[in-house]
Design a protein around this ligand. Structure first.
Ligand code: FAD
Length: 371
């Protein structure tokens, strides 16, 4: 660890790392301080769907635009990361299928499909028979489906490893420690680490996910709260095999490399523990079996929980906070779409931090919108 860095990023989840990757290419000295041994990142719990087409608030405008822009960036982001690191992050752009088991759910998908059409997004309604032609493992109970051919998925754990490698190769320091506080001092930041030592940085970025146990001089606590999510994985069988992500009314089902299938996820607001409840997993299993009956016979591999960093309006918090002369930058609150949003949030915020005009308008996501 050096005594001084140009920029220090606090938090090494997908948001902090994607931002570090952008900045490291253009900064002389950069550090990422990450406490994942003490505070598990939401990123490690994520399913990795890149699915703007299935968000409820398509009408909201700015968040959908950011999500769609990020999805467009994902292919080249994945290719350049793979070229740079040699890592396989299991990026798959084979689309996502949302399925309905009754008329009410089919009407919801039709409304979503119509809303997407208004935004010129690619989506189409299928009959149950057409959906089963694509995915033979689907239940006969599936009556209709919406296919979003441009939605995609990635493996968030492999992605994290590849981002860490890329950030290091670009010359940044990865410091496994906890930031207790940062004090403004002579136009810079004195960053204090849990281990007792610290360093000075010209700029700091707070990308701590749902965790809020830090004190940053002049920065009031942003309104980020945890939304706990439980999920589990099973070993696929040939009868349960899927070519793409399937989203049912009670669970989503994500086929991953090596015959693993991830099934998620519960949503519990303001729960900050990582306990996994049997009831939560059984509810998800029931929802998944309704859609793909053969999943009933698939052996469970693992179960886990993570804390989504949510905000009151569901949108991320991106931009400067605190004193005008020496603000701290916030990159928080990506809620249930942080993996999807990482390329766009990182590119836009990195441009601003470096004093450039971002390609994406970040004004709807400013920290001061909450007063
Ligand atoms: C079950 C589940 C399923 C999900 N599925 C998807 C999905 O399919 N697609 C999608 O796009 N998103 C999904 N998400 C959401 C996604 O995981 C999050 O939006 C994203 O991971 C947030 O990334 P982050 O970097 O902001 O936070 P995190 O990943 O939580 O990282 C924050 C990091 O900051 C560190 N930290 C905290 N405080 C300090 C400190 N004081 N000092 C140093 N380090 C600190 C932590 O240790 C952690 O490593 C899901 C989430 C859950 C829980």
């Amino acid at each position: 660890m050096k005594a001084r860095y140009d920029i220090a990023i606090i938090g090494g989840g997908v948001i902090g790392l994607a931002l570090a990757r952008e900045l490291a290419a253009q900064t002389r000295s950069l550090a990422v301080v990450d406490a994942s041994a003490r505070i598990p990142p939401a990123t490690a719990a994520a399913a990795g769907m890149l699915a703007p087409s299935f968000e409820k608030d398509l009408g909201g405008g700015a968040l959908y635009e950011l999500s769609a822009a990020s999805l467009r960036m994902w292919s080249s982001f994945a290719v350049s990361l793979a070229e740079e690191t040699g890592a396989d992050i299991d990026f798959r752009s084979d689309g996502i299928l949302g399925v309905a088991l009754d008329a009410a759910a089919a009407r919801k998908l039709e409304a979503q499909c119509a809303a997407l059409a208004k935004r010129d997004a690619d989506a189409a309604m299928l009959t149950g028979t057409e959906a089963r032609a694509l995915e033979p493992a689907l239940s006969d109970r599936v009556t209709a489906a919406m296919q979003a051919p441009e939605d995609a998925q990635v493996d968030p754990v492999k992605l994290t490893a590849a981002l860490r490698l890329s950030v290091e190769r670009r010359g940044a320091a990865l410091i496994d420690d906890y930031v207790a506080s940062a004090q403004a001092e002579a136009g810079r930041w004195r960053v204090a680490l849990g281990a007792g030592d610290g360093f000075v940085a010209d700029d700091i970025v707070i990308a701590t996910g749902a965790a809020s146990g830090w004190a940053i001089d002049g920065v009031s606590r942003p309104p980020v709260f945890p939304v706990k999510g439980e999920a589990f994985s099973v070993a696929s069988t040939s009868a349960a095999s899927l070519a793409r992500v399937v989203r049912g009314p009670g669970a989503y089902i994500c086929p991953k490399a090596g015959g693993r299938i991830v099934i998620g996820a519960t949503e519990q607001r303001d729960r900050a523990d990582l306990d996994v409840s049997a009831a939560g997993i059984e509810t998800l299993r029931g929802g998944a079996v309704d859609v793909v009956p053969a999943l009933e016979h698939c052996a469970e591999l693992a179960r886990w929980a993570g804390l989504r960093p949510a905000t009151p309006d569901g949108a991320p918090i991106l931009g400067p906070a605190g004193r005008r002369a020496r603000p701290a930058w916030l990159a928080l609150g990506h809620h249930r779409n942080g993996v999807l949003l990482a390329p766009a949030s990182a590119a836009a915020l990195a441009a601003e931090i470096l004093g450039n005009e971002p390609d994406i308008d970040l004004s709807p996501f400013r920290p001061n919108r909450f007063g």
